[in-house]
Design a protein around this ligand. Structure first.
Ligand code: GDP
Ligand code: GDP
Length: 447
């Protein structure tokens, strides 16, 4: 599982500055789920090849009506779901009453908490260390987020040696309890069903598993875990990653509680194929685009399910189709299905697209074939001249799968225009009949 790190602290200590610095390192897409989850921001980042999710919790000022009220609220769900908390304080401003309130709350939680003293530029380090150590959360790690100072040692402390691994449950004496965790081994294609609250994810998951199938969910784990359901369909193995949590019959939870961005992002990371569920009656909204951004960024295969297609008038259907085409222009590679999870229509065809997307994402193509396709593409349409010299593309190989990575070797490859890269990508897609998966093109210079 990808670890989740929450940035916590009163306003102005530098949370968003650190957030931007951590996520910018790989041009991560930032999903701003304002409205749905207050001001929290989610970003994907990586350090030394290890991916993690950063959450900027925004909100806590310490001025609220007692910290407990704040803790009970939405903005604290992120802390609950996090593997590690970076509690940030402002070294220039010194320790404040709000810092103390937040510290007190964090001390009570069995979370990996790291005290981060930001803005050490121009502050007296020794004085800071003493002042903030009094918060009772250990020695502060000094950084300057705005200047990128000490970020690597901080990440090392947080991410190395499993420091950010799953939280431990403690017994009355504060000793870690042994974890009786049923580890579910995923089989076959891992499918994540994602989408905003109430679009019909649970209904669809139940449909996909088959109506009369009795599924027993006794997977221990923290509430934030998605449920992994291995099963066979027509003798083919699959594992559904259920982010919504299949409901016990008759029990209805609040949508907002059920929905968790962290779960969704982790499921995307862990899946081979994402089924992205949209409500036909609501169309594509900003949140959908943000979520789709994460799917594309992760390079996952994608199938779009427009749900609740039942009971729509013909002119509504036409309108929805046109709107979708317009808004999903950047995900054209994905099959779109119009389904009714409630009635079960269109669900069988979804599987066809999932299988096809998975097969495309995992395709193996010999280097000779990859190079042939490149040569044909170049013959058909030459790359442009740069400074009087023509860009030379010599050969290609497949450098990865899910998503397939097309590695192209040549000269002056830094100057290949985006439009030409798109042309190559489209050519490979067409010739190799790739459906449902994003492709990546990377260049290797042989200058
Ligand atoms: P947030 O409210 O906790 O998200 O704080 P911001 O990230 O918005 O930062 C608040 C202010 O502190 C901004 O003006 C930042 O430029 C400034 N800031 C952030 N990091 C540093 C730092 O390392 N050194 C200094 N001197 N200023 C910083
Ligand atoms: P989730 O929050 O995404 O898991 O959504 P649910 O599966 O809980 O569905 C939310 C609501 O939409 C429930 O009342 C469902 O009965 C309803 N619903 C789900 N799928 C369909 C559908 O295909 N058609 C119609 N009309 N309603 C649906």
């Amino acid at each position: 599982m990808v670890p989740v790190i929450a940035l916590v602290g009163r306003p102005n200590v530098g949370k968003s500055t650190l957030f931007n610095r951590l996520t910018k390192s790989r041009d991560a897409l930032v999903a701003d789920f304002a409205g749905l989850t207050r001001d929290r921001k989610y970003g994907e980042a990586s350090w030394q090849g290890k991916s993690y999710i950063v959450v900027d919790t925004g909100g806590i000022s310490g001025d609220e009506q007692g910290i407990d009220q704040v803790m009970a609220g939405q903005s604290l769900q992120a802390i609950e779901e996090a593997d590690a908390v970076l509690f940030m304080v402002d070294a220039r401003a010194g320790r404040t009453a709000a810092d103390e309130m937040i510290a007190e709350h964090l001390r009570k939680r069995d979370k990996h908490t790291f005290l981060i003293a930001n803005k050490i530029d121009g502050a007296d380090q020794d004085a800071i260390l003493g002042e903030f150590a009094a918060l009772g959360l250990g020695q502060p790690i000094p950084i300057a987020a705005a200047h990128g100072r000490n970020i690597n040692p901080m990440l090392e402390a947080v991410l190395a040696d499993g420091a950010a691994d799953e939280e431990l449950e403690l017994d009355a004496d504060g000793q870690p309890l042994p974890r009786e965790r049923k580890v579910v081994e995923p089989i076959g294609t891992k499918i994540a069903v994602i989408g905003r609250p109430n679009v019909g994810k649970s209904t669809l998951v139940n449909r996909m598993l088959g109506e009369d199938r009795v599924v027993v969910f006794d997977q221990a784990g923290t509430t934030r875990d998605s449920i992994y359901i291995p099963y066979h369909r027509h003798d083919k193995p699959y594992t559904l990653i259920d982010t919504a949590g299949v409901r016990k019959r008759g029990k209805i939870f609040e949508a907002i509680e059920k929905f968790s961005v962290v779960k969704t992002l982790q499921a995307i990371q862990d899946a081979n194929v994402v089924i992205f569920v949209v409500d036909a009656r609501e169309g594509i909204v900003e949140h959908d685009l943000n979520l789709l951004g994460f799917v594309l960024d992760a390079g996952r295969a994608l199938v779009i399910a427009v749900n609740k297609w039942d009971g729509l008038a013909e002119e509504q259907k036409d309108y929805v189709k046109t709107e979708l085409q317009r808004r999903l222009i950047f995900a054209q590679f994905a099959d779109i299905h119009f389904i009714s999870a409630l009635h079960g229509s269109g669900v069988g065809l979804l599987y066809k697209s999932v299988d096809q997307a998975f097969a495309s994402a995992m395709t193996k193509v010999p280097t000779r074939r990859m190079t042939e396709i490149l040569e044909d593409a170049v013959t058909e349409h030459q790359p442009p001249m740069v400074n009087g010299r023509r860009i030379k593309l010599r050969y290609a190989h497949l450098g990865g799968s899910n998503p397939p990575i097309i590695v192209i070797h040549g000269n002056q490859v830094d100057s290949v225009p985006r439009s030409y890269t798109r042309y190559l990508e489209n050519t490979y897609r067409k010739v190799l009949k790739m459906v449902g998966t994003p492709l990546r093109v990377e260049y290797k210079s042989s200058d």
